[in-house]
Design a protein around this ligand. Structure first.
Ligand code: G6P
Length: 545
């Protein structure tokens, strides 16, 4: 079989980047800006309502050329086309990767095995819109004839993080007549706390699971069913209080949900790429079908930019290549995402699955070692809260932590001076990280010699600043698509498959084995390692007290 990927570290562009890195790694951002004051204007991009300032990165124009060469040499452009045109690029699962078809306009054509999938996408969107409209207007009634006042999405991973993040992010646009809750954890506390103050007569559960086999989701869905039937005392109530979102109609029916109340999607939508599929049903109920369409338009605008802009002017390409520069050459182990908008407080958690489940791999499509570090750990908290917590380490700690700052010119909740304070903080942090404060500057301010080293800021800590005018549904769509495509670029350069997740399987398999072993009584022979065996015995003893 032909090799799918050539070794990354033997590529010409990689070697050129290594030489270049040796030359510029010691350069300080102070020097880079002194040598080229225009870089603050030059190293910027605009696309789909987003503005990216990447000037505070430890790169020169030459670095960017070489990174673009790397993208070309690794065939990223061809892989982009392969994705958009429905080729089965998820080779380990034999699937196409077509989240971009979820936002294709009505009338477009995207084929998988000779069949245009766009009509089916719009058919589901139309059914979702009709259902969301009925729930929002009160036309959809609960079993006792009362309108819905709470929507509880039951799902985990991609069937939770996306809709939970978007419902929070677009709260300013959401109906206040309905409460939205998200239950994901198999820990019963999640379900119990989420439903404690809800009325079963006015609660709608959306059971969201691509496979409809996920242990946590099925356990929570069963508990929700029991909770509902305890109050409503009639099996027929299920049809008014449960809908399902899944790719598997047979399993939905087997669970007892009428497939007339099911919204489908397809195996070519990865869980972590599914928030704009039927998995977004809770979002659509929250913000309404029109706002949901605006969200899709934002995704689509970024998709078009990604597909058509040259590498050097392509926002997801630049973001992805800069990520590779830090992960592979500076060997930076993490990246912080710091949204300066409280509505985006779940955005870092959402990105963690999108990025780390996608590119947390070490072997290429051919099953060989990548030869360089792959995805860094992503983490973050909204500004300004993070500043009073972990920014100390970003400013003066021993790790290099590239940061993505995200901010909006206008607040959705203007309140006396708050927004200017928020924005002054985001700009100040990026400036402080990049330029720091030298010991001479600290000494000149009169600090005692003993304190000078403690009060010195080395600077040279890189960041991107992503700005938009306001957090709208379209801007959010563009922002999510930006990171989706950043992940794609990085996966293509590393030669890995960002669309499978075999690494989550072993834990699931072992937990199925351990589950009956925790139930004491008869003592099943334990055949784990010494630690696991001892922990099982201890938990049995403690639970028995
Ligand atoms: O939507 P589901 O089939 O229930 O899957 C939910 C989640 O569980 C899996 O373990 C995967 O790691 C995730 O990628 C997925 O999003």
């Amino acid at each position: 079989m032909d090799k799918r990927t050539a070794p990354l570290t033997e590529s010409k562009a990689w070697k050129a980047l290594q030489d270049h890195f040796a030359e510029i790694r010691g350069l300080h951002l102070r020097e880079l800006f002194a040598g080229d004051p225009a870089r603050g204007e030059a190293f910027t991009l605009e696309a789909a309502g987003l503005f990216l300032d990447y000037s505070k990165n430890r790169v020169t124009a030459r670095t960017l050329e070489l990174l673009a060469d790397l993208a070309r040499e690794r065939g990223v452009g061809d892989r982009v086309e392969a994705m958009f045109t429905g080729r089965r690029i998820n080779v380990t699962e034999g699937r196409a990767v077509l989240h971009t078809a979820l936002r294709a306009p009505r009338g477009a054509s995207v084929e998988v095995d000779g069949r245009n999938v766009v009509p089916a996408v719009h058919e589901v969107l139309d059914r979702m819109a009709a259902f969301a409209g009925a729930v929002r207007s009160g036309e959809w009634k609960g079993f006792t004839g009362m309108p819905i006042r709470a929507v509880v999405n039951i799902g985990i991973g991609g069937s939770d993080l996306g809709p939970a993040m978007v419902c929070e992010a677009l709260r300013a646009y959401a109906t206040r007549d309905i409460e939205f809750r998200f239950v994901s954890n198999v820990d019963a506390t999640d379900f119990c706390e989420a439903t404690r103050d809800l009325d079963p007569r006015t609660t709608l559960f959306i059971v969201s699971s691509k496979t409809f086999t996920t242990q946590e989701t099925m356990a929570n869905a069963r508990s929700a069913r029991a909770w509902c039937l305890r109050a409503l005392e009639d099996e027929a109530a299920v049809a008014r209080h449960f809908v399902a979102v899944s790719t598997d109609a047979a399993k939905v029916a087997a669970f007892g949900i009428d497939t007339a109340n099911m919204f489908g999607f397809w195996d070519w939508v990865g869980g972590r790429y599914s928030l704009d599929s039927a998995i977004g049903l809770s979002t659509m109920i929250a913000v309404g079908p029109d706002r949901f369409r605006e969200l899709l338009e934002g995704f689509r605008a970024m998709d078009e930019h990604f597909r058509t802009a040259p590498v050097e002017r392509n926002m997801p390409m630049i973001l992805g290549l800069l990520g590779i520069w830090y992960a592979d050459f500076f060997e930076a182990p993490t990246v912080a995402v710091l949204p300066y908008d409280h509505y985006l407080r779940r955005f870092p958690a959402y990105l963690q699955q999108l990025i780390m489940e996608s590119n947390g791999k070490s072997v290429t499509l051919d099953g060989e070692a990548v030869g360089a570090p792959t995805s860094p750990v992503y983490w973050g908290e909204p500004g300004t809260n993070g500043q009073h917590s972990f920014y100390q380490l970003i400013h003066q700690g021993s790790h290099l932590i590239p940061c993505d700052f995200i901010a909006f010119a206008r607040s959705l909740n203007p309140l006396d001076g708050h927004h200017a304070m928020l924005l002054s903080n985001v700009l100040a942090q990026a400036e402080a990280l990049a330029f720091g404060k030298t010991s001479a500057e600290v000494a000149a301010e009169g600090a005692s010699p003993a304190l000078v080293p403690h009060r010195t800021f080395p600077g040279n800590r890189p960041s991107n600043v992503i700005l938009a005018e306001r957090l709208t549904p379209a801007v959010l769509g563009a922002l999510v698509a930006l990171y989706e495509h950043m992940v794609f670029v990085q996966g293509a350069v590393w030669g890995i498959n960002p669309f499978d997740q075999w690494g989550v399987e072993l834990g699931k398999e072992l937990s199925r084995r351990i589950l009956p072993e925790l139930e004491a009584g008869t003592e099943p022979a334990l055949a784990h390692d010494g630690s696991t065996n001892a922990l099982i015995r201890r938990l049995r003893r403690l639970a028995a007290h």
